[in-house]
Each structure stands twice: as C-alpha cells, then as structure tokens.
Write a protein that binds this ligand. Structure first.
Ligand code: G4P
Length: 554
C-alpha cells in the first residue's frame, strides 16, 4: 500500500496569503461526502477517485484488507474482527488543478450519528446507489440530513456491469420518494451482461464500455452518437432503447439548472461501475464543473463569507486514541474562512480563551502530516487536550460563532452499570470523554439518586464499541441493561413547558447532558398519543443546539 500526502504547496505562499490568493484557493476547492447504504460500493468508488487524484498508486489502499491492514487502535481492532468500518477521516487530493476534500464517513449504519456530523462539514454529497437495489434505508436516512442542510446531491448509480433495475424506474424512485428532481447526465446502453456504455446527454457522445479483468480499468472508447461505426459495436436494439429513453427524458423537459442543483433540489445522475472504473472519470470531471465551491457558513450573526480574510472554522468531529501509542485525542476542524496557518493563535469562541495551534495535522486515512496552511473547505486535525467540543468555533479577528451541530434522535437506550465501585474514577473519565467525542449520547434519570448514565445510540454496535473502549482504553468492565424504549423527543420549550402540561403517561422523562428534558417512548404509537393529547407541547427529533454552557459531567 502506498499513500502520498499533498500539503498544498503548489502555490507560492505570498500569493496565497493575499486576498486574491484566498479567492483563488477557495475557487479551486471542492469538498464532498459520499452517502450510501453498506455494500453499494463506497470504498470501491473512493479508491477509484483517489487513483485519479494520484493520491494512491494502487487500488485496495483505502480499505486495506487482511494482512495489509494496520491496526492502530484497540477499537480499530474491533473493526477488524467484525469486518466493518466505523472510523472516518478526510482524504485530500489534487485533480486537474483543483483540490478535493473527500470527507469519509463510516460504513456501518450504527454509526450514522458520526456521518450526520461529517455532513455538517460538507458542501456537496455524492449519493451512491446500487443499480440492482435503488434507494436503501441508510441512503434515505442520510439523504434527509442533506435535505435539512440543503446540500447539493450528485447521484452515481453503480454496478451497471451487473443486472440492475430499469434506469427510468431508478430515476422515478428518486423523484417520488425523495422529492428530488433527477437529471441524467449520461444514460446507459443496456445493463448487466449487455451493458455497452453510456451516452453523454450534453455532448451526445457515446462512451463505450469494454469488460476488463475484474477490478481493472475498463477502456473508454469515445464515439459520436451518429457515428456509423457505432452500429458495428453496439446491438441496434440496445442503442434504440437508450435513445428512446433519452427522448422521453428530453420530452419531460427538465433542465440542468445549476442553481437548483446547489439548492439541493435537482440531482445530476450518472451511471457507471466503480469496480471496473467505468464512468468514474467523467463523473469526477462533471462533478468538478457543477459542484458547489466552499460556501458561506451560518454564524450566529449571519452568513460568514469564506473570503473573510480572518480565519474561522468549527469542530465537527472528535476522535480519541486514534494512535494508542500516544493516547491522543484529535479534533477535526472544518476551515470556513480565511487562511489557516501553522502556529497561529486563535480564539476559542465558547470559552474566550486564546490557543496557539502548534501542531495542526492533515490526516490521510491513518497517516498524518503536519499542515503548514489550510483554506476554506479543508479539514485540519488538532490535538485536543479535552478543550474542544463538537460544534465549537475557532477564529481570529472579530468574533465569529457558528451554529452548533445538532444531535440526532437515538433509538436504543441502555443503562450503563459499573459493577466495580473502585473503578468509578476511570468509569467517569471514560463516560465523559466518550460523550464529549460524540461516540454516544448520554442521558440521566431525573431522579438524581439514580446516578448511572443512560447510553443513547443509533445502533446496538455503537454501544458495543463504547463498552469495548471503556474496557480497553479506561480499564473498566461495564454492564449494559437495556431500557425498553425506542423513540426519543426533546421538549423544545424546556422544563417549564413540560410542567405546564401536567402529568403525562406512557413515557419516561430523562435529562440530556445539558439538563434539558427528553421524553422516551416505547413506540411511535405512544408518541403520537401524547401529541394528540397535548398538541401544545413542542417536540423535536433533533436536540436544540447548545452554546456557551458546559455539559453535566458524570
Ligand atoms: P461499501 O464500501 O459501500 O460497503 O462497498 P464496497 O466498495 O466494499 O463494495 C461492496 C461490494 O460491491 C464489493 O464486493 C465490491 O467489489 C462490489 N462492487 C463495488 N462496485 C462494483 C461495481 O461497479 N460492480 C460490481 N459488479 N461490483 C462492485 P465484495 O465481493 O463484497 O468484496 P471484494 O471481494 O470485491 O473486495
């Protein structure tokens, strides 16, 4: 396996530090995250994209398999045992004069909370579908987050080399189920065994597919749609069918309107096959053309222009013990404005403290390098001695504070018991640090004599990882005791609005780490019953954003 770390040194520093330099650096940056259901081919597509960027020289480097895989932390050991991917990092590479930041998200659905937070740092999303399966549950869920944040979505329909569903049906599904208008940029000729290539709708050119050895680059031969040679290379009935479909699409009349793409209302759709590397380069080229460059982020005083000369950014992810030899904690910061420089002193908006950032890092998979500078759209890794929380803003110049990152509604709840009182100190440290990292949400009983924390997670595996990490990183054995609830809602109006409605039934009231009321229900039915009885009670699936207050520690 070989990786290359680019430190963005292609431009002279004095040019980039000027205002023009900042504008130029922003204009050539694109940042995106891939949303998909496990097995749709995210790892394979990522590998192929990185190959184009020259960031890896060999496919197979992203999810190094078997013996190749470096184990750098105990819970990565758990990943290895279970054959899953639960960590995520950022991959930066240069491609045709642009700098691309790919915000990698964990592959396992139990870690979707982590993906939600990563999407908060993304300017664009690539929705990856398996042509045989269409929309799948995890994709739908992540799409909702993109919609909420109005993130532009580019759709890549993968595995066209295998039998799949009708392309028109796949587009209809996107439109009907997601309310997103699809606009096919290319259209497939045949599928599965009879997949012959795609027609680029904008140029009316045909890119022919030739079946290469498994996993190898398939050759892309380019012909005009009216080239007579085409008839010798493609079965006429397949070509006729594709042209007929294209005519139908044209008749439907939608236009590829970039404003709608950027508003997250229209999705450009591409057909291809990541494994055979067919259609990946044209996809990347079109993406570079159409994707949104780093955009203004919303601060408490309104949008903050990325061209604001002073640096600002926010923490979207914390990760502890990535390297167990150093027991380190890393805060991932998305740069939102200005130029970030190594050794810079910045303000921490929540505490007002000044911090010198002496060893900012760029992480590439599991490798790191010290970053000299970074620009809006980039992500830097900072050493976190326990000072940073998710959503924190860092800035220079006049004060900026970004909107926090919401927590999403957990679906699994369990008491976390510490059977060994002498280990309480470590138990407390572990619980507090894992909460701070966002590995799990922590709730508490309203009865303060019941001090054990309630773990609230999106998936069971998330709880297992917390237990595993408490044991391996903090040396405490714990016991999980499930609570029989499946639905959580925050009471938007706080404790007073809850008191106003008086006694409520069929739910349990708990407190979150910011002492805000959360209601737990056994099922949606009980929730709906409460909504019917008390329509005045405002409930939310998303925790209100916190600013300026410290959480309750165990
Ligand atoms: P994920 O990260 O989204 O979970 O998916 P991943 O890339 O690991 O791909 C899941 C499986 O789908 C892999 O097969 C991969 O080779 C296959 N795949 C990805 N893209 C394509 C494609 O365009 N066409 C076809 N036919 N298959 C594709 P696997 O058997 O699970 O793993 P492996 O033995 O290939 O590593």
């Amino acid at each position: 396996m070989s990786t290359r770390l680019d430190t963005d040194s292609s431009q002279p520093v004095d040019l980039l530090s000027s205002e023009d330099g900042l504008a130029e650096a922003v204009a050539r940056r694109r940042n995106f995250a891939i949303i998909s259901h496990p097995d749709a081919g995210k790892t394979t597509l990522t590998e192929k994209l990185l190959l184009y960027g020259g960031a890896i020289q060999q496919a197979g480097a992203v999810k190094a398999r078997g013996e190749q895989r470096k184990v750098t932390s105990d819970w990565m050991e758990l990943e290895k045992q279970r054959g899953i991917s639960i960590t995520s990092t950022v991959l930066q590479f240069d491609y045709s004069g642009s700098t691309i930041n790919l915000l990698d998200t964990p592959g396992h659905q139990d870690f979707s909370e982590d993906t939600y937070r990563t999407l908060a740092a993304a300017d664009n999303a690539v929705m990856l579908e398996d042509a045989a399966k269409g929309l799948e549950p995890q994709t739908r869920k992540l799409f909702e987050v993109c919609r909420m944040r109005e993130i532009p979505i580019f759709t890549f329909i993968n595995k066209m080399d295998r039998p799949g569903r009708e392309p028109l049906a796949l587009l209809d599904e996107i439109e009907a189920e997601l309310g997103l208008t699809p606009w096919a940029v290319n259209w497939p000729i045949g599928s599965g065994e009879f997949f012959r290539g795609v027609i680029d709708r904008r140029t009316r050119q045909v890119v022919l597919f030739s079946r290469a050895e498994r996993g190898r680059q398939s050759e892309e031969k380019l012909l005009d749609l009216d080239d007579p040679e085409l008839k010798d290379l493609v079965e006429p009935e397949l070509l006729d069918q594709a042209i007929e479909d294209l005519d139908l699409l044209e008749a439907a009349g939608a236009e590829l309107d970039l404003e709608l793409v950027h508003a997250g209302e229209l999705t450009p759709v591409f057909f291809g096959s990541a494994m055979t590397n067919f259609g990946v380069r044209p996809f990347l080229d079109a993406f570079m053309d159409m994707a949104q460059k780093p955009v203004a982020r919303i601060g408490t005083d309104g949008p903050v222009d990325p061209l604001r000369p002073d640096f600002s950014g926010f923490v979207f992810k914390l990760q502890a013990n990535m390297d167990p030899r150093h027991r380190d904690r890393v805060a991932f910061v998305r740069v939102c404005s200005g130029r970030f420089e190594k050794d810079m002193s910045v303000r921490h908006a929540r505490t007002g403290r000044t911090i010198r950032l002496s060893r900012p890092q760029k992480l590439f998979g599991q490798d790191r390098a010290v970053v000299e500078d970074a620009y809006p759209g980039d992500v830097i890794g900072l050493n976190n001695p326990g000072m940073f929380s998710i959503g924190d803003t860092l800035y220079t110049g006049t004060k900026v504070e970004y909107e926090g990152i919401p927590c999403f509604s957990p679906e699994i709840f369990s008491w976390l018991r510490n059977p060994n009182p002498s280990a309480f100190k470590n138990f407390r440290k572990g619980v507090n640090e894992l909460r701070e990292e966002g590995a799990v949400q922590i709730l508490y009983d309203t009865d303060e004599s019941k001090r054990d924390p309630i773990l609230a997670a999106v998936g069971q595996l998330q709880l297992e990882v917390v237990q595993h990490r408490l044991e391996n990183e903090y040396g405490v054995d714990t016991r999980l005791e499930p609570l029989g609830f499946q639905v959580a809602r925050w009471v938007t109006g706080g404790w007073t609005s809850l008191e106003d409605v008086g006694r409520i039934f069929n739910c349990k009231t708990v407190r979150d780490a910011w002492n805000r009321p959360v209601l737990l229900f056994k099922n949606e039915w009980n929730l709906n019953q409460l909504i019917e009885e008390h329509p005045e009670l405002d409930l939310s699936t998303v925790a209100p954003v916190v600013s300026g207050v410290e959480p309750i520690s165990l």
